[in-house]
Write a protein of this length. Structure first.
Length: 338
């Protein structure tokens, strides 16, 4: 694959992304009010994570709010909010991964269905990509955690979106999830309609500038919704197996979500997961932790948003995995002349 990392002066196998998801813009109903129902990251939150050495933000937002009518133009007010947020992140030297956080659905209807044809998903990405085409430090995450969609249906939608993005001349890095929440542990499992491991090998990108986006948690059902990390070994073993699969097929991946509470098992798991990526930089682009964000409840287990008491415990596991001296990784997400 024609993927590399860092600037011309970076190590060839350096990771592109060591970052955090900053949640909030995906909250609320599509017609919600900013500051009441949803929020973009505040300047203080952005500054905090940049100062800690995180180099990337995966920025979730709601598809329906950005494109209120399927097939219609992007909402100019919401687009301006998104662009303003991206500009603020870039001003702090952070790479940005755009993340329509919709789980493979638009207004409750599944991508690839009669209500949301794959071509409309591609059309959305054509409009969005045109706004950020070839901008340094901007990557396109096609969709957050598609689920209950047949892998072949999702593949068709992903390939149509990729083709649309490339047709308008955007050379940005594209991050392509699988279906079934794009889990690491389940990547090779067949749930009756084919596995991600078999079907997603047919992703087509004319520029070959894509990687698979995968997610993985360590709790009892691997969902990230429970504080006890009882499946650390399963998660880390899954990452090692995926590393082998990626290497065997000449592919690369990005861990878009992982997280854990402040419990000792979780802290150990976070260290082991980031180390599994650091040990295999030839097949991993990096990671973004889930999550920070101004509106996260203080008692939410995975939360690493600081409070009046100071830093969250999870930072003791994450900060050693950061590389704040290698900030110039724009080549990862730009169309590069070769």
């Amino acid at each position: 694959m024609l993927l590399s990392c860092g600037s011309l002066h970076a190590e060839p196998n350096d990771l592109c992304f060591r970052g955090v998801n900053l949640s909030g813009a995906e909250y609320g109903e599509a017609d919600g009010v900013e500051g009441v129902n949803f929020t973009y990251p505040s300047a203080s939150t952005v500054s905090y994570f940049a100062a800690k050495g995180f180099d990337t933000v995966r920025l979730p937002f709601k598809w329906e709010r950005l494109q209120p009518s399927l097939g219609g133009p992007l909402d100019l007010v919401e687009l301006d909010r998104l662009k303003t947020s991206v500009a603020g992140l870039r001003a702090k030297g952070l790479s940005v991964i755009l993340d329509p956080h919709n789980f493979g659905y638009y207004s409750g209807s599944q991508i690839g269905s009669a209500d949301v044809p794959s071509r409309q998903f591609a059309q959305f990405w054509i409009r969005l990509a045109a706004e950020f085409a070839n901008q340094e430090g901007i990557a396109f995450g096609l969709m957050n955690e598609p689920h209950d969609i047949a892998p072949t249906v999702w593949l068709e939608a992903a390939n149509m979106a990729i083709a649309g993005i490339r047709t308008i001349g955007a050379g940005n890095l594209i991050l392509v999830p699988g279906t079934h929440w794009s889990g690491v542990v389940t990547w090779e499992q067949d749930f009756g309609r084919g596995s991600n491991a078999s079907v997603m090998l047919s992703v087509v990108d004319p520029l070959d500038r894509y990687a698979f986006e995968v997610h993985q948690y360590m709790d009892k059902d691997l969902s990230g919704t429970h504080e006890a990390c009882v499946n650390v070994d399963l998660a880390v073993d899954g990452m090692n197996k995926l590393s082998d699969w990626l290497r065997a097929h000449g592919k690369r991946a990005f861990l878009g979500e992982f997280g854990g509470s402040s419990e000792p098992q979780c802290l150990e798991g976070l260290t082991r997961m980031t180390q599994a990526i650091a040990d295999n930089p030839d097949v991993w682009l990096g990671w973004t932790y889930w999550a920070g964000g101004d509106w996260w409840a203080e008692d939410e287990g995975n939360n690493i948003q600081p409070t009046d008491k100071g830093d969250r415990q999870q930072l003791s596991s994450l900060i050693p995995a950061l590389n704040p001296e290698a900030q110039d990784r724009g080549w990862c997400v730009m169309n590069s002349a070769r």
